[in-house]
Design a protein around this ligand. Structure first.
Ligand SMILES: *[C@@H]1O[C@H](CO)[C@@H](O)[C@H](O)[C@H]1NC(C)=O
Ligand SMILES: *[C@@H]1O[C@H](CO)[C@@H](O)[C@H](O)[C@H]1NC(C)=O
Length: 253
């Protein structure tokens, strides 16, 4: 009698647990956004009306990459979804934040239903706008543009103080079978092709940075120096061989 009662309780417990598991199936907001916007901190609403039911063991994630060059609008690449990899954490990275170029990413992995529910960007994108009067004091001008895909034109703009070179690059962003390309040109103080500061994974997004046109002048100088270096080295070797041959023939019969 006692055992029977216990079994009944166990059954009840099992039924209860399984309905609990059913009830706990994780739902997340789902959506992607790629575009250029003015003043996203005040205007961008990241809420997605779409819902995704996750596989077991998944988390919700929301990830955004924001890029800006001086005098242009802001490029936004954003995604919300279930995610099977990642641990609950918030990652915020300022990849670049000089007066010319800004690149910031934010990623949130969380485990509660609809926890990827961030709406605004005000606390992520609190970038000081470059003041007009600080522009042009360096005398440097750079082609400047920002576009999803390719820039149609890149007007040459005066660079703000504290920038000393031009950046020209492309970010190829992929997530599953979603692919976006971002073209970025502008003044900066970043050395080399490092708008993303070497980071290639932002939440579920893979980011590949390439700057095909940027280092041509430095490469010329570099290869020139290399050529000079090898030719001096070769000359030395030739001289040594000559001395050896001369020495050999001198001490020969
Ligand atoms: C963002 O959009 C959602 C739904 O579309 C709305 O409920 C919410 O109030 C909006 N938030 C802001 C800050 O406008
Ligand atoms: C810009 O740089 C110049 C030269 O370094 C400096 O004299 C000037 O005060 C700077 N302007 C601002 C607004 O910081």
């Amino acid at each position: 009698m006692g055992a029977c009662h216990f079994q009944g309780l166990l059954l009840l417990f099992l039924v209860g647990a399984s309905t609990l598991i059913m009830a706990q199936k994780l739902f997340c907001q789902k959506g992607t956004f790629t575009g250029i916007q003015e003043n996203p901190a005040n205007t961008f609403n990241w809420t997605s009306e779409k819902v995704e039911a996750c596989d077991n063991g998944a988390l919700c994630q929301e990830t955004i990459l924001l890029v800006k060059t001086a005098g242009t609008k802001t490029a936004i690449l954003a995604t919300k979804s279930c995610s099977l990899d990642g641990t609950p954490a918030i990652t915020y990275i300022r990849h670049a934040a000089d007066p010319g170029l800004v690149a910031i990413s934010y990623s949130n992995y969380c485990e509660d239903p609809f926890c990827n529910n961030r709406e605004g960007l005000y606390d992520i994108w609190n970038i000081q706008e470059t003041k007009e009067e600080t522009k042009g004091t360096t005398g440097l001008r750079c082609p400047t543009c920002l576009a999803v895909g390719s820039c149609l034109n890149a007007p040459s703009l005066a660079c703000p103080n504290d920038t000393d070179r031009c950046y020209q690059g492309k970010l190829q962003i992929s997530e599953g079978n979603v692919n976006s390309l971002l073209e970025v040109k502008g003044c900066t103080s970043i050395i080399g092709c490092r708008l993303m500061s070497g980071v290639f994974k932002v939440g579920p997004l893979w980011v590949k940075e390439a700057c095909p046109f940027m280092s041509i002048s430095t490469r010329k100088i570099d290869s020139g120096a290399t050529w000079l270096h090898t030719s001096v080295w070769k000359l030395k070797l030739l001289l040594m061989l000559l001395l050896l041959v001369l020495g050999g023939s001198a001490s020969g019969p």
